[in-house]
Design a protein around this ligand. Structure first.
Ligand SMILES: [Zn+2]
Length: 427
């Protein structure tokens, strides 16, 4: 009883603090042009009025008394959403890069680095992210999310996955002598009961999403299909999805190849991460059941050469397979959400390079921007408050100096960032 009173008090306090952060001020953003995410074109000379952290209206003129922000040489867009990040990771092209972070950096030090990455993400224009597991840093993502939410540090709005799940022997650190106990980048579980228990634990410690690794060890078959070793049995995967859904949480599945994807789709996960190869029948099921595809193209290109040099040339071949899958997914009408795997590459590299990768693989610039706004907001379950510029939605607005519909690389040049009515970056 006393605890619930305290929680209610705390919640009220947080809400008050957040709205103060959102700013009492009325802003008028004078945009040279706007892509609002509702139509497929840009509109010229639009004033976006922002009040109490929300979009109040779009108009031709600014209301009296509003603080005017001059973006007349800019294109304004809805705040960008990256649905696949790792703020606790600093790039892992080689296994050694990864092992070093888990063996030589404390979770506390990694959390300090994560706060810097969160700030970087926001400054690149990502006002919301779904962070898909801490890679051995425990529940640190839930704390970074809390610090951002409380206005302690700048960063995007976050949904977090905490520790992720995989089976014995499948996830690094691996390859050490059996008598040496090493940390793992995930919570190891075997069997449906252990998996359910881990889902309950992770949710109780703040996981918004449950992340599972559904496959590993990739090779290209003679018929060109990308083959894998599935990690969980279908029974284990079904238990994970059932437990998460029962607790009103969603499941993201790392699945790069034929079996991992198939088992995940059959188990009813909510998003397929990477999906370098997806069979046509699984694409049809994904379209039918509204399972999202988060392709993370750029990271594949970025790590391919390094991993090939380390003796895994399959990563180079995967790029063509990925392009073919991406084009088939578009044709099949699968919902494709923008996600980058940032952290899998260095956070100093702007994850917005993914926009160009999506266009190279066959999307129009409008489709790529929609993937990072409207569709990504839907994946987060926040379509009512995010993803478009329209009255009543949260004032998450970014701007770029050129027209991204004619030059998609403009998305790498975000120079204005507003999140919930607070300005974090100005041209
Ligand atoms: Zn990832």
């Amino acid at each position: 009883m006393r605890k619930s009173f305290f929680l209610a008090f705390l919640a009220t306090f947080l809400v008050l603090q957040l709205s103060a952060q959102g700013g009492e001020k009325v802003f008028a953003l004078r945009c040279g042009s706007v892509f609002d995410g509702r139509s497929d074109s840009v509109r010229s000379n639009v004033v976006i009025v922002v009040e109490e952290g929300k979009i109040k209206s779009t108009a031709d003129t600014a209301p009296a008394g509003a603080e005017i922000i001059d973006l007349t040489h800019e294109t304004c867009l809805p705040g960008l959403i990256d649905t696949h990040t790792h703020i606790l990771l600093q790039g892992d092209i080689t296994a050694a890069d990864y092992d070093e972070q888990l063996l030589k950096q404390s979770p506390e030090y990694r959390t300090i680095l994560a706060t810097v990455n969160a700030r970087r993400a926001l400054e690149y224009g990502f006002t919301s992210i779904r962070d898909l597991e801490t890679e051995g840093a425990g529940y640190a993502d839930a704390d970074v999310k809390k610090a951002i939410g409380n206005g302690v540090i700048p960063g995007p709005r976050m949904q977090v996955a905490t520790r992720a799940l995989d089976v014995t022997g499948a996830y690094p650190l691996v390859g050490y002598a059996p008598n040496i106990v090493v940390p793992h980048g995930v919570q190891i579980v075997d069997g449906a009961d252990q998996a359910r228990q881990a889902v309950r634990e992770q949710i109780s410690h703040g996981a918004d999403w449950i992340k599972v690794y559904s496959d590993r060890s990739y090779r290209v078959r003679e018929d060109g299909v990308l083959d894998d070793i599935p990690t969980f049995t279908p029974e284990e995967l079904r238990a994970i999805v059932d437990e998460a859904h029962r607790e009103r949480h969603k499941v993201a599945s790392h699945a790069m190849a034929v079996n991992g994807v198939h088992n995940s789709v059959e188990a009813g996960v909510d998003s397929i991460e990477h999906g370098n190869y997806i069979a046509d029948q699984d694409l049809r099921s994904m379209a039918e059941h509204g399972i999202f595809y988060v392709p993370t193209i750029f990271v594949g290109e970025y790590v391919a050469q390094g991993r090939a040099a380390e003796g895994a040339p399959v990563w180079v071949k995967m790029i063509q397979i990925h392009e073919d899958t991406f084009r088939r997914a578009m044709k099949a009408g699968v919902k494709i959400a923008f996600g980058t795997d940032a952290g899998g590459f260095d956070w100093k590299v702007n994850p917005a390079k993914e926009f160009s990768s999506m266009v190279k693989f066959g999307m129009t610039p409008v489709q790529a921007i929609r993937a990072a706004t409207v569709t990504a907001a839907e994946l987060l379950g926040m379509r009512d408050s995010l993803g478009t510029i329209e009255p009543g939605k949260l004032a998450d607005i970014v701007a770029v100096p050129g027209n991204p519909l004619t030059d998609i690389s403009q998305m790498e040049k975000v120079d204005f960032v507003m999140k919930a009515g607070m300005v974090y970056r100005k041209p």
